[in-house]
Design a protein around this ligand. Structure first.
Ligand code: VG1
Ligand code: CO
Length: 547
């Protein structure tokens, strides 16, 4: 066993995006590609003999190979102890949980989340810091700078480590501890939610369908929902993580989880439907007639937070990403707490939670979470809804649809939709964004259709905790009546550019809460196209995906 120093040259394009470095598997398979990025992580962390790290992934194709490489490189960089999920499996929220619980120095998450997997699919790698959250921009930028300056990487020639046996082994001087992926996470969930009440709900015949989409939340959902909460076997479906997610797109939205939606609309539909994504940090909540928007889910969780034991003392604040609807802002106002607006990506929530300024956080992209960890957490959101339904069961027959309708009746409804234009020509997308940026100064005060523009800008975030500034985080056109049009380019795609158009309109009147979402937003959709010339510039007639 020796530690080798292997000469290398930089690869272009290793700048982490919204959530780590995501590329085609074939790109990661190039000799030195993964090694360079991991070397850049260690170079950024600096010397630190004696540290504990955590590593795990969503089980997608290349996960096991990548973990063996990372273990051999960690051993070569003086890491004292590394915790790795059995089979190389750890959901993103579980990594965050394990880092915090075991006071690790940080962790490496292997996932491309909602992007498809398999030999022709995507792979990804992300570094999380000691609070359990994604590294902030100053660290990801330092990692990128290091990828461009490398001349060699260090790696042990020992191994491979048996990832399938729980227990301790050694690689060089480093202790490798293979842990049960679900244990620490399940223990945390049991402390946050009223498991007795949820058990009672299932015992009373309440039926649920959890679609794990052949991805990493399967083992977690099965152990907790069927194992600990007593839901009947078969409640959790598609629960074995597959290297290619069964050929599907592990993204829990009504388009990609169409099978779940079909089950929820069938005559014998269960009471409650839920799904999660590739790495288990996203969630979708589905009732018998309503697919709950993630923005509404955040607002509803906030309005009802105290039903769950973990939040019985109330919440200090809410944070949402800028494109997420303003439904949560109304709840924050009613509760007399702050609502923060951050750029897209969970890394911006970490400081707010560390400073206890925000308890709950959410994104329109099916991401919800709280300060229990520092990642969004799919199963957590599902357990919150189960806890809420169990609490409501005490005073009648609970239903997701009723809870949503009651919420709209009290706070008004924020009609909301996201239109994605995927794999668009990158130059055309950049030109569209630049042209929009140039138009911004003249938009304020203008009348567009029946809307008047209150404000138009390219979102800048000033972090209230560390004073850091993030610029160019998305173009917002805010109307006087609270409606909004937002444009962003995705930072997680691996092909061309993905344009995201976010649309929102507020409706206070309960008599008008039953309009189809696209219909309710149709005027804004037309205005968005006019202002941006999106169709003309991209040659696309319609979005690739509407959620
Ligand atoms: C997308 C979502 C964003 C989310 C990110 C990571 O980013 O819009 O809200 O935080 O994915 O989610 P982008 O830059 O493509 O819009 V996950 O579940 O893929 O880690
Ligand atoms: Co994810």
């Amino acid at each position: 066993m020796t530690i080798q120093t292997v000469p290398t040259t930089p690869f272009a394009g290793q700048r982490p995006g919204t959530s780590g470095l995501r590329k085609k598997v074939t790109e990661f398979q190039q000799p030195g590609y993964l090694e360079n990025f991991v070397e850049a992580i260690f170079a950024t962390l600096g010397e630190g003999e004696g540290r504990t790290l955590v590593v795990g992934g969503d089980g997608r194709y290349f996960n096991r190979e990548a973990i063996q490489t990372i273990l051999r490189m960690a051993a070569a960089h003086g890491v004292a102890r590394i915790l790795v999920g059995r089979g190389g499996i750890l959901s993103t929220p579980a990594v965050s949980c394990v880092i915090r619980k075991h006071a690790a120095f940080g962790g490496i998450v292997l996932s491309a989340s909602h992007n498809p997997g398999g030999p022709d699919g995507d792979f990804g790698i992300k570094y999380n810091i000691e609070n359990g959250g994604p590294a902030p921009e100053k660290i990801t930028e330092a990692i990128f700078a290091n990828t461009q300056a490398l001349t060699s990487y260090r790696i042990s020639d020992a191994g491979p480590v048996d990832l399938d046996q729980v227990g301790r082994t050694r690689l060089e001087n480093m202790v490798v501890e293979v842990i049960e992926p679900v244990a620490d996470y399940a223990e945390l969930m049991a402390r946050l939610f009223d498991f007795d009440a949820i058990r009672g709900l299932f015992a009373g015949g309440f039926r649920m369908r959890f679609d794990a989409m052949h991805a990493v939340s399967g083992p977690y959902a099965k152990a907790i929902i069927e194992g600990m909460l007593g839901a009947p076997a078969g409640t959790v479906v598609n629960c074995d993580p597959l290297e290619d997610f069964g050929g599907g797109h592990p993204d829990p939205n009504p388009v990609n989880a169409a099978d779940l939606i079909a089950h929820m609309r069938a005559p014998d539909a269960p009471d409650f439907g839920a799904a999660s994504d590739g790495d288990g940090d996203r969630n979708m909540i589905v009732g018998r007639s309503i697919d709950v928007t993630p923005s509404d889910s955040l607002a509803i969780i906030a309005a009802n937070a105290t039903v769950a034991p973990g939040y019985a003392g109330g919440i200090t604040g809410i944070a949402r990403s800028m494109p997420t609807s303003q439904a949560a802002d109304r709840v924050a106002e009613a509760l007399g707490i702050s609502c923060f607006e951050t750029p897209t990506g969970w890394k911006y929530f970490g400081n707010l939670m560390d400073a206890n300024l925000a308890t709950l956080c959410g994104e329109e992209s099916y991401g919800t979470g709280s300060h229990h960890i520092r990642e969004k957490d799919g199963l957590w959101a599902v357990l919150f809804w189960l806890n809420l339904l169990a609490a409501r069961a005490k005073s009648g027959n609970p239903s997701v649809d009723e809870i949503v309708r009651e919420h709209w009746a009290r706070f008004g409804r924020n009609y909301y939709s996201r239109h994605d234009y995927e794999a668009v020509d990158a130059t055309a997308a950049d030109r569209m964004m630049s042209a929009l940026r140039e138009k911004l100064p003249e938009l304020a005060g203008r009348t567009l259709g029946r809307f008047r523009v209150a404000e138009a800008d390219d979102f800048t975030y000033n972090d209230p905790v560390d004073g850091s500034v993030a610029t160019r985080q998305g173009i917002r056109i805010a109307m006087v009546d609270g409606s909004r049009i937002v444009f962003r380019l995705s930072g997680t795609g691996t092909e061309g550019a993905t344009i995201r158009l976010y649309l929102e309109r507020y409706e206070a009147d309960p008599a008008r809460h039953d309009i189809g979402t696209q219909e309710a937003l149709s005027e804004l959709i037309a205005i968005a196209d006019n202002v941006s010339e999106l169709r003309q510039r991209t040659g696309r007639e319609s979005p690739t995906v509407i959620t």
